[in-house]
Write a protein that binds this ligand. Structure first.
Ligand SMILES: Nc1nc2c(ncn2[C@@H]2O[C@H](COP(=O)(O)OP(=O)(O)OP(=O)(O)O)[C@@H](O)[C@H]2O)c(=O)[nH]1
Length: 315
């Protein structure tokens, strides 16, 4: 790939991110419009700012932190839309930077076992395929394990992706024991020297006890083969769920333990601010974000770019 190709790819990605987060950005900038004045924000303006941030799903904690920071900010050239957007972007970036952490393949011995959890419909299966593709682009070998045996469709969907990507998948029958599939998958991936084994899991939150038992068993079996496994437990969250996504973090932390997050469907929702709420409230690593249904619509999370897009600095 030439540098020009890569520049095109990067600007293509920025455009998609912009397109994706446009609704969130519009909601915030609409609510911030009209805030103009002297070198400092007044209390009434700070109230409006805080409300606008909450309305954009950034959550009360992030909103009050940003308010406090901007209360002491001086706007040398006077407050206007552009200066405010810059200041808000900087504060959002300050919240996001500490949690931006790409998923890296570092496990030794291989494979790195990545358990992917999340409710049905969150975009889990698609995200697994996108992650596999991202690793393939970095020249890592990947294998999938179809640990969601609850629904035949889930196994089939994952197999279609595996075929398309040309990677091996270990699966069993519908209703089979996920722990035994995961056991076989780790053995196969170890024998073949695979770098990353990505494990799909069931996401039946309405039956929390069963899900907890199932994931605990998968973890036990993994631990027996490799005490370090799973190396990552990645929770996939659907941004369109807004504040409910935060409740899911709470529940999955309890059910399975969570080492990091991927937020999907940031395109087409005005609720992308929930990413900032999650970062502020839980401090869990955010590995990547999804802004579309295509295979390359998942990219490592760039906190400065995302903050500038959400705040409307980049349009
Ligand atoms: N717009 C958009 N759609 C997405 C994104 N990620 C996934 N989807 C779509 O969301 C739908 C659900 O995705 P799946 O990957 O099937 O979700 P799942 O969590 O595996 O759900 P089950 O298969 O029901 O367990 C599909 O139509 C995906 O194409 C995204 O980032 N943006």
């Amino acid at each position: 790939m030439t540098p020009e190709d890569s520049a095109t790819t990067e600007s293509g990605w920025t455009d998609r991110l912009l397109g994706g987060l446009r609704k969130t950005s519009e909601r915030l900038t609409e609510n911030l419009a009209g805030l103009a004045g002297g070198t400092r924000l007044t209390d009434a303006q700070l109230d409006d700012l805080e409300d606008a941030l909450i309305l954009s799903d950034l959550g009360p904690r992030a909103a009050s932190r940003i308010r406090a920071k901007l209360a002491s900010a001086r706007f040398e050239k006077g407050v206007d839309e552009a200066a405010l957007a810059e200041a808000v972007a900087e504060e959002i970036a300050a919240i996001l930077r500490p949690v931006a952490k790409p998923l890296e393949i570092v496990a030794f011995p291989r494979p790195q076992v990545i358990l992917v959890i999340g409710v049905n419909g969150s975009g889990k299966t698609t995200t697994i395929a996108k992650l596999a593709h991202l690793f393939q682009e970095q020249d890592y070998s990947v294998m999938l394990a179809a640990g969601d045996t609850f629904r035949a469709a889930a196994i089939g969907q994952l197999r279609v992706w595996a075929d398309r990507l040309g990677i091996e998948i270990v699966s069993g029958a519908e209703g089979g024991d996920p722990a035994s599939i995961v056991f076989d998958a780790v053995k196969a991936a170890t024998d073949k020297g695979i770098d990353a084994l990505i494990v799909d899991t069931a996401g039946r939150l309405q039956n929390k006890r069963e899900l907890m038992d199932e994931l605990a068993k998968v973890r036990r079996v993994l631990g027996r083969l490799n005490p370090e496994a799973p190396h990552d437990v990645v929770l996939v969250l659907d941004a369109t769920n807004g504040q409910n996504a935060l409740q899911q973090i709470e529940t999955f932390k309890e059910v399975a333990g969570v080492s990091g997050l991927i937020m999907t469907k940031l395109d087409g929702t005005a609720r992308g601010g929930v990413l900032v709420a999650a970062a502020e409230q839980y401090g869990l690593p955010i590995h990547a974000i999804g802004v579309g249904e295509k295979i390359d619509d998942l990219r490592p999370f760039d906190p400065d770019l995302v903050a500038r897009v959400i705040a409307g600095v980049v349009r």
